[in-house]
Design a protein around this ligand. Sequence first.
Ligand SMILES: [Zn+2]
Length: 408
Amino acid sequence: MAFNVALRSQLPLEVVEQILSFLPVPDLCRYRTTCKTWNELINNPAFSALHVRNKNKHSHFIAIHSITTSINSITTSIQNGQYIDGSQVLCFLDISSKKWYSMKPRDALEKSFLFDPQDFEIVAMDGGLVLLKALKRACKLCHHRSGCIQLCVWNPIKDMKIILPCVPNHGWDLLTNFVVDDIAETFKVFITKRGWKSRVVHIYDYVMKEWKTSSKSEMLNKRMYNIIQSIVFQDLLYVLCFGYYFVNKYELWRYNHVEDIWERLHFADACFVAHDQPKDVTGKFVVSGERLFVTFWLGLQNVFEVHEIDIQSRSTKVLLTWTITHIMNFFDIDVNLPFDYPGILIIGFNKSFMLLSNYSRNIVSFDAETKETNFEWPQLPLRELKMEEESYSLIGKQMDFLLPGTLK
Ligand SMILES: [Zn+2]
């Protein structure tokens, strides 16, 4: 969209405001530099609210965060793994123009950042904001003696940071869910510990400005059920557990944080995949087009599957099945993948999925309605890996940027 100077000076500001409110944030950042009036307009919180209301229902961008790690660390959690070069890259793909934008969060955060810039990682993102976790405790932030979890919400478009009160440490192996409501300009963070020891969820609500602890769930009395995944879907927290030893099956639990109520959703045993080797359990939730899915890697068969979970009818159905050969062909991988770990990141967008491999820069999308696979995506704007030695650690989300005036 090109505004010439004459037209710009003739249009009433309200009209300009309306027109601009439909544009994506990267364009707005460019227009901010064209004149003082526009800069003030775009930085105004009232304009940010208008922009959120007027933007396209589907986000224009997919954000992907990448860290390069050594290949022997991929099955462990990131903080125990080894970084090859310590680089972290935040990339944004414009879905309509298929163009990449990328930035290095460490460079952007170096100034005045409370965490040690070398010692944090992005653990989640949503609605234009990212959630950072300090890997080493920053002493100036709290007086706790033992380690606690220190989190910070950051808008990568702007030097805006919100430091959250710290959470008592419950070990490092945490499931973090971050939900931003860009219209109400609030967010929530849910922290669940993997495994069987903790049976509570810690919830941070930006409106209340404090952490709340859920009541205990009853799922883990028997010590046999491990929490393996969590997701917030339609404002409720879903927790997937796997029963080890002789149980060998999944349980799906739902937590309502407003009422503080846990509920087990009873599915038939055959609804989720049963595993013979408990260590292969890799269920991962993903949401696309208001539908809930879970992915599985069936280590024994070398098959990657996406199942839809129908909460209403308490049933599941298989949507996608890829063998190891499919994966190697689709992502152009010519080395042997470790058989216990397919390394596939899946991101829901519109009514589709975007799939990325930790071992290559190729991207494949899969339409959940038509079941068509599409390979016409530009590669991740990252350096090529030495496939036998390195891998990416990727997280991603479909989201728009948030304007500087949002969420002060
Ligand atoms: Zn603390």
